[in-house]
Design a protein around this ligand. Sequence first.
Ligand code: ATP
Length: 204
Amino acid sequence: MTISAAPRRVGLFGGAFDPPHVAHVALVNAAVSQLALDELRVLPTGHAWHKTRTLSPVEHRLAMANLAFAGLERVVLDTRETRRNGPSYTVDSLREIQLEQPGAELFLVIGEDQARALTTWHEWEEIPKLAIICVATRTYSARAEGQFIAPKAWKSRFCMLQMPLLSVSATDIRSRIASHQGVVPLVGEPVARYIDQHHLYQTA
Ligand code: ATP
């Protein structure tokens, strides 16, 4: 008798992480435990086609992601998108990881704002075929409204993550730094120290 092993459960969590903050870490922890992931790959974006501002240099974003996510169990920093020429498309990363880990069940972890914009993503209709999309709500109103409404045909390929609503954003953190306010509670001590040492986000 052959006993087939359960498929490996692999999560992907992409972002600019400019800088990474406590809501990112909370989301990662929620995903690993609630989805029973064997591994969660954190993917800092290279060229973020959907952001209008120029991102901080990749070496800073990688160093901060390392500080923010290092030591979290089952979490791996995956730098592939920062090494890719041209725009960072999630669908490309999903396809690559599927080839690297055949048979694995993939989970794409995103915040609610990204979920709402999903239909603007490159080859968006391919994404639910490759991964189950797991959404964390970001605002009180979204939770009150019954949260993110997945397109009908995709219902079985979506799930919601339960995590406390944290209104923190990287945008707010950058503007706090530019106006000389402390951000340690929002990014943690190691990232705050890195930002300070490298004089990041000094101007709004
Ligand atoms: P910015 O303010 O610069 O747009 P951000 O805070 O949204 O940045 P990103 O690096 O763009 O951070 O986000 C990476 C992922 O984390 C996205 O899927 C985003 O929706 C999610 N995310 C960010 N902040 C939160 C939050 N407070 N609650 C839930 N998800 C979040």
